[in-house]
Write a protein that binds this ligand. Sequence first.
Ligand SMILES: Nc1ncnc2c1ncn2[C@@H]1O[C@H](COP(=O)(O)OP(=O)(O)OP(=O)(O)O)[C@@H](O)[C@H]1O
Ligand SMILES: [Mg+2]
Length: 509
Amino acid sequence: MELGSLTMNEHASNSVPVLEMRGITKRYSGVTALNNVSFCAYRNEIHALLGANGAGKSTLVKVMCGVIAPDAGEIVLDGKTVRFPNPADAISNGISYVPQELSLVPTMSVCQNILLGQEPTFQNTCSLINEKKLEEIAADTLEMVNLDVDLHQMAGTLPVSAQQMISIATALYRNSKIIILDEPTSSLSSQEIKVLFEIMKKLRDEGYSIIFITHHLEEVFEVADRITILRDSEFQGSFFTQEIDRSRIVSLMTGKSEQLLRRKGLPIDSKVEALRLENVDTERISKGISLNVHKGEVVGLFGQVGAGRTEVLRAIFGADKIKSGQIFISGEKSTINSPIEAIEKGIGFITEDRKNQGLILTMDLLDNTNLGIYERSTKFGLIQPQKIKEITEYFKDVLHIKTASLKTWTKYLSGGNQQKVVLAKWLNHASKILLMDEPTKGIDVGAKQEFYQLINELSKRNVAILLATSEISEAIALSDRIFVFKQGKIVAEVDPEKITEEELMAMTL
Ligand SMILES: Nc1ncnc2c1ncn2[C@@H]1O[C@H](COP(=O)(O)OP(=O)(O)OP(=O)(O)O)[C@@H](O)[C@H]1O
Ligand SMILES: [Mg+2]
């Protein structure tokens, strides 16, 4: 283990950390989530917390903000040892936390969500909420993050990215001195990320301490002053960003050096069309969509968040209505009125919002992986537990899913590992056409490589893949062809071998 280069005394501008965690250990039955981890945050810094899926990042920040009690270790805030029995204690000590998964109350309005638990009341009564003030504060808070939404709209009806921005705004409103952002950028567009980074830098300069979790190393180099790395629940070191490079970070995170990702060019000998859309208008923004994908082909749908890719995938899957236009499956004109019909026609959908749409959180790995296809593992009408176990073990190994056992509820897996379970489910369905919406969101660098190999494997098995991604290197490395989306329309079809990242990005703006 490397202790890193930073000691308290060496920190340039502030020698006393605002927050120090010493020897934090957290165990769950069968899993050690954190083993003797130490961490220091200083004023005036953006501190990136890095590590592979399941390394313990979310657990560490949850200990910081009173969501989880550690089994051992000490938290020192401004020089004093503290304990946070619950999140409210952390908030009142100036620590705010934006969790990894969406956390707004979907059935409450935007304004109610922002001020939940801190509603302004009239001066002479402590229980009557001052609605006008509530709206004013909410409007000001949203202005800080440049978000233009209707304050009275129900939060659950907003796109994922807007919900994420609202959670961030809520943390800002509390005026905390330490703000923890657990993978805040994973559902934001590049424009929104820019806005967020500007806000983070501004707060840093004003003396705040920002702790920032991400799997995107480019973001770390763009915005972080310091970096702490965890691997397998253990501290690997803290570094100033200038003194460490990408390959060193990857090797500390994974224990291996990074391989260059590149999808091996596939000879598609028989160009058999698996799916075609002709002039499809969906209910919302996507208009006049024409595209196709062949068996064994990976077709990228590239664009900014909100450009209409999700809508197109949902329409193909029968989750949204198609207003006009036609869908052909294996050359035959088809109608798909519901997801059940889509699944019957061999279509699988890896959704962007795994928590609500992809998984049953109170079921284990065995059930989630075999959901809806238990009949495949029956004999004379009886379920064969051994067969189900073998299938699940297989996917657990292939995808390196980190879990205490096959019977652990998926609720208890780290975010990236949950995403892998969603993949396992659809791979197990053996779909002929796979729709993937940001499938590597929240997946660490090491697991991404494995996922890329898996895509190759699927394409060799003749699966047709539509891959919606906002990650430019992923779109170029994995796709055989790319359709570029902008404001609900396809603006170009490009050959990834003949285009640079810059050119492709320019088409989406
Ligand atoms: N409530 C829980 N019960 C059992 N195990 C848990 C629980 N919470 C976390 N774990 C386990 O602790 C480990 C660390 O999880 P954590 O969520 O901190 O990872 P992470 O670094 O945030 O990963 P990711 O990048 O995937 O979000 C994982 O193996 C996870 O399965
Ligand atoms: Mg996490």
